[in-house]
Write a protein that binds this ligand. Structure first.
Ligand code: PTJ
Length: 275
């Protein structure tokens, strides 16, 4: 199907098209399409732009990744399909950032296809295709990780994560940065630094902030972050937007009600009996 750039939802339709194609090539699982729909709904409610609070979280995330001894970004099918170039740019902006494939619905061919996609986008070394260690306390395939990547990392960036793994990573002492448009998801509630923003916007912004910080020459630090405040702020943004939309409703043009007239006898062929 040819999409017109004049369509009001052109960008969103293009993204969907990209995901559907990635599903056909085996990079994205059907569950990933559903997850995207949920993300889209929250992005709609958040105004489809990065809020000032999300921007602050992205700045803090850049600082954490630069201050980390062994930072890592975890990549699943949706992330590879939607933002492989942004992952490559982030890896270039944060020296030592490991890029690791980590899948909930894991198969060898999928892991290899995702790694290929990342390499084509410019990532030099992709970990996680042949997992060499396990995160304890996780029953899913998400537990299978690379010893040189997630296993030894101190700061993990986990976009579009599930709550169980975010919890398991924290339980083994890692600092978890999440990217998830749903401020009520278990991942957002569990992460040390939840970023409530769309994936490509968030990754792009973290890379920009990391470059800026490096240029400034200031030493990056693992500063405390108010996770509850960031989530509350996202909920307030949604609440305000809904309240504003509700207040606008009565001013919308409504079709004028037509005055009721009894049907003439001729139209239906039925006559009404008088009592
Ligand atoms: O590729 P796999 O096998 O590892 O599977 C990946 C999925 C995404 C299917 C798996 O991780 C999953 O089931 O995720 P969940 O539990 O549905 O969580 C995904 C979260 O990401 C949801 O809370 C969505 O709101 C959010 N989300 C979806 N798309 C975006 C997003 N957040 C930011 N940007 C998006 N584009």
């Amino acid at each position: 199907m040819r999409l017109s750039p004049r369509h009001p939802r052109y960008r969103s339709l293009r993204v969907r098209e990209r995901l559907a194609k990635a599903h056909r090539t085996g990079v994205v699982v059907p569950e990933g399409l559903i997850a995207h729909g949920r993300g889209e709904a929250f992005d709609y409610l958040l105004g489809e732009r990065t809020s000032p609070s999300a921007r602050r979280a992205e700045r803090a995330a850049a600082e954490w990744l630069l201050a980390a001894r062994r930072p890592v970004v975890s990549v699943n099918g949706n992330v590879a399909a939607l933002a492989a170039p942004e992952v490559a740019r982030l890896a270039a902006a944060v020296p030592g950032l490991a890029v690791e494939v980590n899948l909930f619905h894991r198969t060898g061919p999928r892991a290899r296809a995702i790694a290929r996609r990342l390499e084509e986008a410019g990532v030099r070394r992709v970990l996680g295709v042949h997992p060499t260690a396990r995160i304890p306390g996780l029953p899913s395939d998400r537990a299978r990780v690379d010893r040189d990547g997630i296993y030894r990392s101190d700061v993990c960036l986990v976009p579009l994560e599930d709550g169980d793994r975010a919890g398991a990573l924290r339980a083994v002492g890692k600092r978890v940065i999440s990217i998830d448009l749903n401020p009520l998801s278990r991942t957002s509630l569990t992460a040390d630094l939840p970023i409530v923003d769309e994936l490509s916007r968030a990754l792009g912004s973290i890379a920009r902030e990391a470059r800026r910080l490096r240029r400034s020459g200031r030493k990056a630090r693992l500063l405390p972050f108010d996770a509850d405040g960031a989530l509350a702020s996202a909920l307030v943004t949604i609440d305000r937007r809904l309240m504003r939309a509700a207040a606008r409703r009565p001013r919308r043009a409504r079709p004028r009600a037509r005055a009721w007239r009894p049907r003439s006898r001729g139209t239906t062929g039925r006559t009404r009996r008088r009592p």
